[in-house]
Design a binder for this molecule. Structure first.
Ligand code: ZN
Length: 300
């Protein structure tokens, strides 16, 4: 196994890189920098990164089936014009909660775009968890642009993953200290029977953040604050493997590359009170011995 840092990605103080998504059509890695309001696209073939300023906080980005790009911006789902950064807003969430913003998001096997929110506290970012508790929700954008709300009283809505049989959805609310599973109705998107499948104690792992699922159904969960990604078996809750990175705040990961055998990892320099040169970089983990599966896109 080897861990490489992708040096050409833009970094800087306060970079909160998140939401990596491998696009097989363009063979690129999409990801966001939440507080700078930028969507990035990394091309491994040329080791180059382009970015576009969308003019507001951005929590997640995914391609669509028709070749467009859609984001979960501050309060809206919106189509993004890569050339100008302009947004065509298609649905609003949390209109009654002005301090909320979208955080992590991902598409389900039917091509609906799930993304959750959190309540910004407006407090100093050096506070461990600068959010207003229980203000967030988990939303789902359907192909007809309607939005349904599925989970309420969320602290920090984060990682999402679906099993390859489409019967289970995994979900992380970071403050809740674990990974939960729901029975998943792939036809309607309905969730039921929420239960805790992996305990992630704060003292050991800090905050569970984004996650990816591999071809064996195991979950790779970022520990924000502990420099690592852990691989867990959701059937037993056991930790199977740990990868460590030279960046304290590891935010998320996804499988990519032509064969889905590279784990791309996003990190953050946001909230760091000390200099850490590689914080806010993207890392590529190769020769892991396990592959991922293609990520879902928004069906438009
Ligand atoms: Zn996250």
């Amino acid at each position: 196994m080897s861990i490489e840092v992708i040096k050409s990605t833009s970094r800087g103080p306060g970079a909160l890189l998140e939401g990596p998504h491998w696009d097989p059509v363009t063979q690129t890695l999409l990801y966001v920098d939440i507080y700078s309001g930028k969507v990035h696209r990394y091309t491994p073939a040329t080791d180059s990164v382009e970015n576009v300023d969308v003019g507001e906080f951005v929590g997640a980005v995914v391609p669509t089936s028709s070749g467009k790009t859609i984001i979960a911006g501050r309060h809206h789902y919106a189509f993004l014009d890569w050339k100008t950064g302009s947004l065509i807003k298609i649905a609003e969430v949390d209109a009654d909660k002005p301090d909320n913003r979208f955080n992590d998001g991902k598409c389900d096997p039917m091509g609906r775009f799930w993304a959750g929110t959190l309540g910004e506290s407006g407090e100093s970012p050096d506070k461990a968890v600068p959010v207003k508790p229980k203000q967030g929700s988990l939303f789902c954008l359907h192909s007809d642009h309607t939005v349904t709300k599925h989970v309420e009283n969320v602290d920090i809505s984060n990682g999402l993953a679906w099993t390859s049989d489409h019967k289970t959805m995994y979900y992380i609310d970071s403050i809740a200290g674990g990974v939960d599973a729901f029975d998943y109705n792939n036809t309607t998107g309905a969730l039921s029977s929420r239960r805790r499948v992996i305990k992630v104690p704060f003292e050991e792992e800090s905050l569970p953040d984004g996650m990816a699922i591999d071809e064996e159904g195991m979950l790779w969960v970022a520990s924000y604050g502990k420099s690592r990604i852990n691989r867990y078996n959701p059937a037993t809750g056991k930790k199977l493997q740990m990868l460590t990175f030279p960046a304290t705040n590891v935010t998320s990961c996804c499988f990519g590359g032509p064969n889905y055998d590279i784990l791309y990892v996003t990190t953050s320099s946001f909230q760091l009170t000390f200099d850490q040169p590689l914080a806010g970089s993207i890392f590529a983990v190769k020769d892991l011995g396990v592959k991922g599966l293609p990520a879902n896109v928004y069906q438009d």
